[in-house]
Design a binder for this molecule. Structure first.
Ligand code: TYD
Length: 139
């Protein structure tokens, strides 16, 4: 059986290479597997800052370092895995009930997130012990 952590994976994004600069386009459900209902991005992240530290109940996300680099540690309640994102043509797919922490942002890094749902504060689990209990209940 594929574990929740194994469902989270790096996806190679389509890349149109050109001497004038490269281009990546994402549309419909082709790349993400979900309809994109929201886009947000993190930028001007001060050195040493940590983001994330929560999980979601329903949200799927595709996270892309469109500028610079940062690390994302994913945790399904049993195992953890850290990814370094540093390419505009790679996206990290994150499924529900995964605790995520983002850190080691390089200067000028921009983290683009494509999300399956609109912003909903009730979809967040912000307490780690509550996450562990919820993740266990999910099986
Ligand atoms: P949060 O999701 O905690 O940020 P991160 O996980 O990147 O550290 O959100 C930070 C604040 O921004 C919080 O007050 C909620 C708000 N917010 C929105 O209003 N809309 C959004 O789409 C997101 C992602 C956050």
């Amino acid at each position: 059986m594929t574990s929740r952590l194994d469902k989270c994976r790096l996806i190679q994004l389509p890349r149109i290479q050109d001497a004038r600069g490269n281009l990546t386009a994402i549309e419909g459900t082709d790349v993400t597997g979900f309809e994109i209902r929201r886009v947000y991005y993190l930028y001007d992240v001060p050195g040493g800052a940590d983001r994330g530290a929560h999980a979601h109940k329903a949200l799927w996300q595709l996270v892309i370092a469109i500028m610079g680099s940062f690390d994302i540690t994913l945790d399904d309640g049993e195992r953890k895995r850290t990814f370094q994102l540093n390419r505009g043509y790679q996206g990290l797919l994150i499924c529900p009930y995964i605790w995520r922490e983002l850190n080691n942002f390089s200067s000028g890094a921009v983290c683009l997130v494509l999300a399956s749902e609109r912003y909903d504060p009730t979809d967040y689990i912000r307490d780690y012990d509550a996450f562990l209990a919820a993740a266990k209940a999910q099986g």
